[in-house]
Design a protein around this ligand. Structure first.
Ligand SMILES: Nc1ncnc2c1ncn2[C@@H]1O[C@H](COP(=O)(O)OP(=O)(O)O)[C@@H](O)[C@H]1O
Ligand SMILES: [Mg+2]
Length: 348
């Protein structure tokens, strides 16, 4: 009997569309001789459906007009799967594992991972605590700092405040500043500001995405990423580097690379790559990550490594950064997806 793997896609998150692209690539890479993918889509409004159509319909976001039936994972661990409602009759279906290919809120933040834990279904990727911690840009920085990793100076606020109040709150920080929602991704809600006059607008913009906002000093340098897989024994990909020509790595740049460039491997010395990998592994373990994650760091002009964030479900199309970094050490996209599934299901 083939093992059934639920692939969760979409999600009630500002990164719904990004998930559709990642999930399509993951679904195509699953070896159907070995596994039976079961596709469960979550709409932007949070409705759950079992989808039986073609992957293209996920990719071009027409899956909701396709062959769908209401279905949701059940917390009842004796069912170990999902319930489906069809023509007013209810059926339950056992599955072997789940691969949440969801980005951002309600998917990458520990919520789905919690549901899977209650359901007793092995989850591919990080568990509840590490997912939740990595989603919180403020707490994640505090934890990284506690193990001696440098983090940019920052403050967190939980209300917009008046112009004068914000000025007072940030007076210990120096410009340029990044203003960011605490729990978001794909650069949604983020502004880089050079001076005080832009402060209020940037803060209001970030609050449109979240109830908490961080204001953080810009690191003068460039961003590097480190792809890591595994739990006890870690597999570490090549380091990549983001070369910006202006501004920052915003949503448009991330998905079009109009003016920026990703170098894989990064244009750094072998010794620096080794230092970055060691720091990234130390961070991965401290946060209790498992399965896989991409650790993002900054390398300052003084060769100092700063922590930026951990993406527990990083972009996962065949041209995304995590798969590319793993390609650098010999993993094709298909081999990578199968390895991630197998590390979780080989013992069940
Ligand atoms: N402190 C910082 N210094 C320099 N650049 C930053 C800083 N914080 C964020 N950025 C820029 O903004 C981008 C998005 O910020 P990030 O915290 O990674 O949020 P997201 O979770 O949306 O990717 C980064 O890729 C980087 O280009
Ligand atoms: Mg980022």
């Amino acid at each position: 009997m083939k093992k059934k793997i639920v692939v969760l896609f979409g999600g009630e998150s500002s990164e719904y569309s990004v998930s559709l692209q990642s999930a399509s690539a993951v679904i195509r890479a699953i070896d159907t001789e070995k596994y039976e993918p079961v596709l469960i889509g979550i709409t932007k409004k949070g409705q759950w459906f079992h989808f039986r159509g073609e992957v293209e319909q996920i990719e071009n976001d027409t899956w909701q007009q396709g062959d769908i039936t209401t279905a949701f994972l059940l917390p009842d661990s004796s069912i170990h799967g999902f319930m489906e409602v069809k023509d007013q009759s209810v059926s339950t279906h056992r599955v072997d594992a789940a691969f949440p290919v969801l980005h951002g809120k309600n998917g990458e933040d520990g919520t789905i991972q919690g549901l899977l834990q209650l359901a007793g279904i092995p989850c591919i990727g990080c568990g509840i605590l590490s997912s939740a911690l990595c989603m919180d840009k403020d707490l994640a920085h505090k934890i990284a700092a506690s193990i001696g990793v440098k983090v940019p100076r920052s403050i967190k606020i939980n209300r917009i405040g008046t112009k004068d109040q914000i000025k007072e709150w940030v007076k210990s920080l120096s410009y340029p500043l990044f203003v960011k929602p605490v729990h978001a991704g794909s650069s949604f809600g983020i502004t880089r500001i050079e001076e005080e006059t832009d402060l209020l607008k940037a803060v209001a913009y970030a609050f449109a995405y979240d109830t908490e906002v961080v204001l953080e000093e810009a690191v003068d340098g460039f961003e590097v990423g480190c792809a890591i897989m595994g739990k006890e024994k870690l597999i570490v990909g090549e380091i990549d580097e983001i070369e910006l020509s202006s501004g920052f790595f915003d949503f448009t740049e991330k998905y079009t690379l109009k003016t920026s460039k990703i170098h894989m491997p990064a244009r750094i010395t072998e010794e620096m790559a080794k230092r970055i990998k060691e720091t990234a592994c130390q961070i991965y373990r401290t946060f209790g990550c498992s399965g896989f994650a991409r650790v993002d760091l900054f390398l300052s002009k003084k060769d100092e490594i700063y922590f930026n964030e951990i993406n527990t479900i990083p972009g996962f199309t065949s041209h995304s950064r995590f798969p590319n970094m793993m390609k650098g050490i010999g993993y094709s996209f298909e081999k990578l997806v199968m390895e991630l599934i197998e590390q979780e299901v080989e013992n069940i």
